[in-house]
Design a protein around this ligand. Structure first.
Ligand code: GLN
Length: 487
């Protein structure tokens, strides 16, 4: 492998500017890396070599002309396969979209192309982003680069595995209940979910619209901060997009956090955590103390309901969002339908996988006339209480910390037949989506078998600069992020 692939985007950008390597060479090196290990990892549903090389050529022309480069120009990036990119297959890892080719760009893809970021391929995911292990993909399994018998986490498992294995330097994922932070934690990299509305969701295949956010994966906090800057901003094409200025987040990374307050979420520090995970949080507390922060225990009383709330709201929203896949407008249609109803029902029965069907049924039930008040309305009310818990907490502390997940990556197949066990994997991440606040997972240690552990940090809405600041200070005080999977 070209050694430069192991470096961060910031270091790769310097190498491009110093003409140590051209953007075309760097992009080709990424494809060589993919060709040599992808049969072991399975991170990609498809590769977009032409798009990537065309973009890289433009970067080289700019360098030759002595022009300034946009942020992250020339840095190889993997796009989760639920985001549209013109001319590429966008499948959401579902049979129902297996042959769907994007006729338009998602706003994030457009922004990446404008910044001359080579998009090298479409990363595997759980079907329609529903899952925590990437095992719900209708296509390949994704393997964790740290141990190929283990899951990479989900639903953005392909995005995380591609960055962790140095196939890509950066990636985008989407996070509805933890799908960026969880795989980042399992794969030993940085993954960040922005404030709801910070990044446009136009052209992202919707799962649960009141929770979905797109965000960055990287091997350093600085890279993640820069990637968020590139993809953020107001978008008239997304009615939930916030009309607020985009910051140059990298400017805040080195701010002194002495005297600031770090809250430790009481409900997430339990005997249910793996002992090594518990130790990693203790180390994080010590790190922040050494950096001069005051540590406070914070109780979020309603957090324990968050998984229940989420599985009513997310399934209700997905049952509505996925109604559009009917064999008429997009993708797959069953063979030889007898009539219209037969076409609808067989298309959906044959096109969707078991987890997607389970959720559509659950969501339809929760929204049905007799049950709406008991389930959907109640869940909305409880969501408000969880949000209020966070608002109260942030009156007392600057940021909150917890493990990203109670455990490290598990064996492929270990939870595949037990949906409830799988759902519980997200106990620490879902509250952040319900409250619409930003959250990040940063490498925070290893378990006794060498699998990575993630520390989750949460901040108030629109305070991503502060979030990156605390994440960077933790990262730099340790050297976990420097360790790469040995593959
Ligand atoms: N694991 C959660 C789920 O299956 C979250 C998924 C996500 O964030 N996209 O719904």
């Amino acid at each position: 492998m070209n050694e430069l692939l192991k470096k961060t985007a910031t270091e790769q950008s310097k190498a491009l500017k110093n003409k140590e390597i051209s953007a075309v060479e760097l992009t080709k090196a990424a494809f060589e890396r993919i060709n040599s290990i992808e049969d072991k990892i399975g991170a990609f549903n498809s590769l977009t070599e032409k798009t990537a090389l065309d973009t890289a050529k433009k970067v080289d022309e700019k360098i030759a002309a002595g022009e300034n480069l946009p942020l992250l120009a020339g840095i190889p990036l993997a796009l989760k396969d639920n985001m549209n990119l013109v001319g590429s297959k966008t499948t959401a890892s579902s049979k129902i979209l297996e042959n769907f080719v994007s006729p338009f760009n998602s706003t994030v893809a457009e922004k990446l192309l404008n910044n001359l970021v080579p998009i090298i391929g479409k990363a595997n995911l759980d079907e329609f982003a529903m899952g925590s292990s990437n095992e719900n993909s209708a296509f390949n399994k994704v393997h964790n680069p740290w141990d190929l018998n283990k899951v990479p986490g989900g639903s953005s498992g392909g995005s995380a595995a591609s960055v962790s294995s140095c196939e890509a330097t950066l990636a985008l994922g989407s996070d509805t209940g933890g799908s960026i932070r969880l795989p980042a934690s399992f794969c030993g990299i940085v993954g960040m979910k922005p404030t709801y509305g910070r990044v446009s969701r136009y052209g992202l295949i919707a799962f649960a619209s009141s929770l979905d956010q797109i965000g960055p994966f990287a091997r350093s906090v600085e890279d993640a901060a820069n990637l968020l800057e590139v993809i953020s901003g107001h978008d008239p094409k997304d009615s939930t997009s916030l009309n607020m200025p985009v910051e140059h987040y990298a400017d805040s990374l080195k701010n002194d956090i002495k005297g600031k307050k770090v809250g430790v979420i009481k409900e997430l520090i339990t005997d249910g955590n793996m002992p090594e995970v518990q130790k990693a949080v203790e180390n994080a507390i010590e790190t922040y103390k050494k950096l001069g922060c005051e540590i406070k225990e914070i109780s979020l009383k309603n957090l324990k309901y968050s998984i229940g709330i989420y599985y009513i709201l997310a399934t209700a929203e997905c049952s509505s969002n996925l109604a559009r896949f009917d064999g008429v407008k997009y993708g797959y249609r069953c063979a030889n339908p007898k009539d219209l109803m037969d076409m609808y029902t067989r298309t959906r029965a044959e096109g969707f996988g078991p987890e997607v069907k389970r959720r559509i049924m659950l969501g339809t039930y929760a929204l049905s006339a007799g049950y709406y008040d008991a389930y959907y309305k109640k869940a909305q009310q409880m969501r408000a209480l969880v949000t209020q818990d966070f608002l109260n907490a942030f009156k007392e502390v600057d940021v909150l910390i917890s493990p990203t997940c109670p455990n490290t990556a598990f064996e492929l197949g270990a939870k595949a037949s037990d949906p409830l066990a799988m759902y519980l994997t997200d106990i620490a991440t879902i509250g952040c989506n319900l409250a619409g606040i930003p959250g990040i997972s940063v490498p925070a240690g290893f378990d006794s078998t060498g699998m990575p552990i993630g520390l989750q940090i949460l901040a108030p809405q629109m305070q991503e600069a502060k979030l990156f600041n605390f994440a960077y200070q933790f990262e730099q005080a340790n050297d976990f992020y420097k360790q790469l999977a040995n593959i």
